[in-house]
Ligand binder design. Structure first.
Ligand code: SF4
Length: 393
């Protein structure tokens, strides 16, 4: 790391002054309730701010406290999460709420050290909750903060190396003030989300441009340095939209223990041949309905969706399956690719209303208010570097 030509104090002051002047008015910034901050942090992993807002508000109306969430069945939590994706987050949140009720008598632990032992809470989330809700002087480091710090300090080592990440945790910690460290953490997150974009950093609007070594050298996009190139695995899958004569479609609930535990999916197979051998005995002649491209972790999935009609009440006696009204699909918890199928079906049934519509309305409203966009798509894509791992769909 090159020696900076400024003090950490100067950098901190610039960041804080900018944050108080420019920060977006977001619902979770009006509270220091650790439960609410926790919910917002979990929802914001891998998901845009504008999408999260309506889900966050709906969630808190239904589960206003940790105790209410802990008592609720997981299926209710999954319903409210429907459309946000990465459902492991909600399963872990629900499990952690029950754990806190049982082991900590409902009091959320106040230190990052204890918080990160709870299900679904990694080092980043623990730091965010402890610093914002409890004023603990503990740093956060996600994709945004990594990008900013590697640029300001022109760090040439690869951020794929654990040693580099450890160094960045130390730098992030050294910037924190004694009082209200959560504000500095939020200032860094905000700068990454609204100014220091991965491909198009808005250096002219940046409060720390005079302190940024990468900007002085004009090679902002060189950082963060990565040694591993993303290599995606291609996967093909096949799904079937099976309709009955009464606006119903057949969905199957996935076993609780699997990757998509508790979620509903259209029947799916890994090859078209498998699908045909399963449904040909019923005399079904499926036709291609749509193709969906989906990326998650290291996979690029092409999902071919077929449709067919089936007038009888049962489908192949497949376990955990039942007919669902197309009009009510909005309230069903799907993994993301299958939700896209449901959205396509929605077009023919306008009374179905998915929460994404509300998210886009909120996005438009905020953009108008602030006079600029929220997270840029490129920035959102970059948010995967050091968020809590192990989340799927
Ligand atoms: S000056 Fe540019 S590259 Fe440096 S932190 Fe600010 S926005 Fe990022």
């Amino acid at each position: 790391m090159k020696k900076p030509f400024f003090s950490h104090r100067a950098l901190r002051l610039k960041l804080l002054m900018w944050y108080f002047r420019e920060k977006r008015d977001l619902p979770w910034r009006h509270t220091r309730d650790p439960y609410k901050i926790w919910v917002s942090e979990i929802m914001l992993q891998q998901t845009q701010v504008a999408t999260v807002i309506p889900y966050y508000e709906r969630w808190l109306k239904t589960f206003p406290s940790l105790a209410v969430l802990a008592r609720a069945p997981l299926s209710r939590a999954l319903e409210l999460w429907a459309g946000l994706g990465y459902y492991r987050r909600v399963r872990m949140l629900h499990r952690a709420a029950q754990h806190v009720q049982k082991k900590f008598l409902g009091r959320i632990p106040q230190t990052a050290e204890v918080l990160k032992k709870l299900p679904g809470i990694g080092r980043y989330t623990a730091g965010a909750i402890a610093s914002i809700a409890f004023d603990e002087k503990t740093p956060v480091l996600d994709g945004n903060v990594i990008r900013i710090l590697t640029r300001i300090f022109a760090i040439p080592q690869s951020v794929d190396q654990p040693r580099t990440l450890e160094k960045l945790w130390v730098i992030a910690g050294s910037l924190l003030p004694d009082k209200k460290p959560g504000d500095l953490n939020q200032a860094l997150m905000e700068l990454g989300a609204t100014v220091c974009f991965p491909l198009t950093p808005q250096c002219a609007q940046c409060p720390v441009r005079k302190n940024c070594l990468a900007h002085r050298k004009g090679n902002e996009r060189f950082y963060p340095v990565r040694s591993q190139k993303n290599s995606y695995k291609k996967l093909r899958m096949v799904a079937l939209v099976l309709r009955n004569g009464r606006s119903g479609v057949w969905l199957e609930k996935q076993p609780e223990q699997g990757r998509w535990g508790g979620l509903w999916m259209f029947p799916f197979w890994t090859h078209k041949k498998e699908m045909l051998s399963a449904i040909n005995p019923l005399g079904l002649r499926p036709r291609l309905f749509l193709k969906i491209q989906h990326v998650f972790t290291k996979y690029r999935i092409t999902l071919e969706v077929y449709e067919s009609r089936f007038e009888k009440r049962r489908f192949l006696k497949r376990p955990r399956g039942k007919w669902h009204s197309i009009k009510r699909l909005a309230g069903v918890a799907f993994p993301s690719p299958h939700r896209k199928i449901a959205l396509a079906l929605e077009k023919n049934h306008p009374r179905t209303s998915f929460p994404q519509k509300r998210a886009s309305t909120v996005r438009r409203k905020i953009s108008r208010k602030r006079g600029r966009g929220l997270d840029s798509p490129e920035n959102i894509a970059s948010k995967t570097a050091v968020t809590d791992p192990g989340i799927y769909f």
